[in-house]
Ligand binder design. Sequence first.
Ligand SMILES: NC(=O)c1ccc[n+]([C@@H]2O[C@H](COP(=O)([O-])OP(=O)(O)OC[C@H]3O[C@@H](n4cnc5c(N)ncnc54)[C@H](OP(=O)(O)O)[C@@H]3O)[C@@H](O)[C@H]2O)c1
Length: 250
Amino acid sequence: MTRRILITGGSRGIGRACALHLAQAEAAHLVLLGRDAKALAETAEAIRRSGGTAETHRADVTNRPRLAEVAREVGHLDGLLAAAGISGMTPVDGESDAYFDEILAADLTGPWNTVRAFLPRMGPGGRIVLVSSVLGRFGVPGYGAYCAAKHGLIGLAKALALELIDRGIVVNAVAPGWVDTDMAQTGIRQIAAATGQTEAQFRTRAEAAVPVKRFFQPDEIAHGVAWLLNPANTMQVGQCLNLDGGVVQS
Ligand SMILES: NC(=O)c1ccc[n+]([C@@H]2O[C@H](COP(=O)([O-])OP(=O)(O)OC[C@H]3O[C@@H](n4cnc5c(N)ncnc54)[C@H](OP(=O)(O)O)[C@@H]3O)[C@@H](O)[C@H]2O)c1
């Protein structure tokens, strides 16, 4: 039977690449969530062009009533990928707390809201993957909010995994390294500006720090995500799969 997989952040970047991969390689039906209706429609159209099926729902993961509404509209779900997220610098001596709150709301409370809203749509055999980051594994100066959210997400995956395993639902996280998306471009621009380098200089140094010496493409992340979303994965439970080219080895 066709598996039905919901992806937050399915409109762009890693979420979009996972959606395309799951549609093409596994013939899954995709339920795509995001805030930008046009970008969502474009991803759904790309899936249909490749022979797959998809539906879109405009929703902000920080908006619980809206998620509850969408949960009433979607049918049964076999998989849930919480990929929606934002990033940015929040220096501790910065002028405002607003961006710290915004990042925590989208990147940590958002996945919590998503799991809470759609869990009633999942039964035994369900699979949940939360997208953390290498910044959920170590700290980076100036990225307090993002690091806190992404470390928190790994803790959330561990706790939910134990809470839901008796229902036959398997929860894990993934921790990608640098992936070529809009978010990475913004990160490169911000860090280069903050450290007095050109974007090209920073990128060269960042790539040199990765054991495989390069950034990744979003569709490369999709393979690892697809494994954790697959019912064949019965052994990896409450883990965080590093998808970073060797940066983190534990
Ligand atoms: N790129 C990297 O190097 C990297 C590395 C490690 C981890 N990650 C993580 O991977 C995930 C995807 O990142 P990306 O690189 O693909 O970023 P991206 O290209 O900027 O895409 C972000 C996605 O999240 C959605 N989104 C953001 N805030 C949202 C909200 N409040 N409600 C609903 N959707 C929201 C966006 O859709 P709309 O704009 O339509 O809402 C978009 O689809 C994030 O969790 C990120 O932290 C990225």
